[in-house]
Design a protein around this ligand. Structure first.
Ligand SMILES: [Zn+2]
Length: 342
């Protein structure tokens, strides 16, 4: 029996020396160890071996099987490694400079305008702050002087959470934290996503983006506010712009204004963007209410401040000429990509 096994072993070694493909190796394995393989046939003969020798012959067969199996396995591993090495050496070289044909992403137009505005304000010494999207009722309303009976507190307008907190309804919700974080002089802007329980139409969204700014220092006046806004708008629209203030009312500023910009598209002559009025309503602003300063631990006798709230969606629509705010949250890539790549 041992001789027969040796014969098979030698046959295997000889065959393997001429094999260079994994498939041929596999075929040899079947030829020897498969159901009707040469070695398997020897096992079948075990039944004819006298009982007293069965144990010994069985052992010889099993040892031979293990040895031959190992020889074939080694060759298989050798060929597999060679195949990998071959692929590494001779595989086509990938030219990473070639276009892939895959679509590249682009920045959302609102992100682009936000970054441009941030850059302008940063160059004027402002810090850019982040704000929470879930805020306490105190920060969202009380701290910025929004009284109990203000419509913004109404269930109709605000998304209230079960724990009494709110999805911030305006970026002013971050004012208190930021005014507490720094000591005057303070120049900060804080862009953020806001939420109101609004009916959605071409100019209203339940999810929208604002960018708020505060300046707190000794003797801050409306003049400072106008200066910074004109600087920012001139850089964004790449031309000198004119602004005007109209009286407004907001609980967190006193006095309060609505700032308009002379339409940069028609220079005030009248066009569809300004609805032929020559002016575009841009942002609420004003001098920070003394109580808001006090709520943040700032003495209104020593310091004054001004604040403005830019609608980032509005700015985006102006810079892209989109006329439906819903497009900005639509995920309509075809449309957004037109403006996104810069
Ligand atoms: Zn116009």
């Amino acid at each position: 029996m041992q001789n027969k096994i040796n014969e098979i072993k030698n046959y295997v070694i000889q065959k393997l020396s001429g094999i260079n493909a994994q498939a041929d190796c596999q075929a040899l394995r079947v030829e020897i160890l498969g159901k009707s393989g040469k070695l398997t046939e020897l096992f079948k003969q075990l039944k004819d071996v006298p009982a007293e020798e069965k144990g010994k012959v069985g052992q010889i067969l099993n040892a031979g099987k293990s040895e031959i199996d190992a020889i074939i396995s080694n060759k298989e591993k050798e060929l597999a490694n060679a195949a990998i090495q071959n692929e590494i050496n001779s595989a086509e070289k990938i030219d990473i400079t070639l276009p892939t044909g895959a679509e590249c992403g682009s920045l959302h137009p609102r992100t682009i305008i936000q970054r441009e505005i941030e850059e302008v304000f940063t160059s004027m010494g402002f810090v850019v702050e982040d704000g929470n999207e879930v805020e306490t009722e105190y920060n969202n309303f009380t701290a910025v002087n929004v009284p109990e009976n203000h419509p913004a507190r109404d269930m109709q307008d605000t998304f209230w959470l079960d724990n009494g907190e709110v999805l911030k309804t305006h970026t002013s919700a971050s004012q208190n934290r930021i005014l507490k974080k720094y000591t005057p002089p303070i120049r900060a802007i804080f862009p953020g996503r806001c939420f109101r329980n609004e009916d959605v139409d071409a100019s209203h969204e339940n999810t929208f983006f604002q960018l708020e700014g505060v300046i707190v220092d000794k003797d801050v006046s409306v003049g400072n506010l106008i200066y910074f806004m004109k600087e920012m708008l001139s850089k964004i629209f790449k031309k000198q712009v004119e602004v005007r203030l109209r009286p407004g009312f907001f609980p967190f500023t006193e006095p309060s204004f609505e700032m308009d910009v002379r339409c940069p598209f028609c220079d005030g002559k009248g066009c569809p963007t300004c609805k032929n009025g020559g002016w575009i309503e841009l942002c609420p602003c004003g001098m920070i209410h003394p109580q808001v300063l006090r709520n943040s631990g700032i003495d209104p006798e020593k310091f004054s401040g001004c604040a403005f709230g830019l609608g980032l969606d509005r700015m985006t629509m102006l810079s892209t000429n989109l006329n439906d705010i819903r497009e900005l949250n639509s995920g309509n890539l075809k449309l957004l990509k037109q403006f996104g790549v810069k």
